[in-house]
Write a protein of this length. Sequence first.
Length: 433
Amino acid sequence: MPLESKQNADLVRHRELNALRRLMVQRGKAEAPPVDQPASQQSRSFASTQAIEKIDALEAQMNQQLFEHSTSHTSSDADGFQLTQIQAFDRLAKTTQSMTIQPQEPNTVQQAGEQFANHKTQIAQTLLEQAIGERGQQHDRVPTWLVLFDLYRASDQMDRFEALALDFSIRFGRSPPSWVSIPQQAAIAEREHEGSSLQGAERAEWVAPVTLTEETLLALQIAVQAAIKLQRQLVVDWRAFAAVDATQWHLLRSALHYLATQSVHCYVRGITELEQSFDPESAESWLARLALLRCQNRVQVFEDVAIDYSVQFEISPPDWTRPECRFDLTSDAGEPQTNAAEPTNMLPELYGTLDAGRAVKLLAALVPTDGMVIRCDRLVRCDPVATMAIARFAQAAKVQGMQLELQGVHRVLAAYFAMQNLYDHAKVTIRRD
């Protein structure tokens, strides 16, 4: 039997024997008879004493075997299990005087966190994969599996994540975490904060290029979310767009479908030119036209065009769904009205991959307040110096009586923060997805 398994089993037996001994002592005291009591009661008291002596002898034997077995191994094995001291059991007190156990799991996870912080992702990954392997000491520990899930998320390894998710669901009989690429989320955060810094205007704006791409649609999503968050109207400009093939019509349809699902007030430029550009021979163009009619909330025209589409291509058209957005037209000379409310700043956030310089730059933009929550779910990595900068920032706030919270930190990074004692200065909460 491995040393750690034997030690754990023996510790359980020690606890059971201690509980049984206390029970026998209490029973012996209760049954201790005066001298003039019958012999039957004296025999029961004597039996309790004998039972205690047998428990002492068995425990002493177990203790000796554990000591001899532990001395044949190094004092700190590769699994991080340390048995620092086992002393003889006092026959009067019947308790273990000193036994200290250092848990194994935090060592492995923190070592992985340290390697990851130092840009040694492969080493961190190997540590965790071996720990949860069939021969690993943590193959049945869900927290360690979740750390590895977060490592795959932070290093953008979707294939390994999905393979691990299958193993996880089979082993534990529960749903695995859902996939999310933290580096991709960090890229979105970068664009959002860059857009926010340029957001001195009273309205958000998105201008379609000549050719749409997936990156263009991502920029549209960011602009929409910024407009919603800032309670601003979004100006959408289609004048430069020129569709030339089915792929471009498909991307246009995707962009319009996204707008239709968002509660955003849009002022649209170039919509007349867009309506005149649809290709009657392209099924994708017809679908894009239907998406535009939905955004405009033109239900009757939508139904008529849907029937024509079904007749021409012999395909069922999409169903009508009421849009969440609001489309208004605007001319080049006309300026859209804006809300009177002042723009609000984005939530405080640490994001991306932080070295010392970048960490100092992001922290310099934050003004700590008591109870301040700093978003960290799009934070990929902090190197050691960046972590020290965050710790100093949190410590300075704590000295002034302000408690900060780093919210949504992924588990690999959280393990390194714990190793660097950042938890002493700020509340660190782990991401929940």
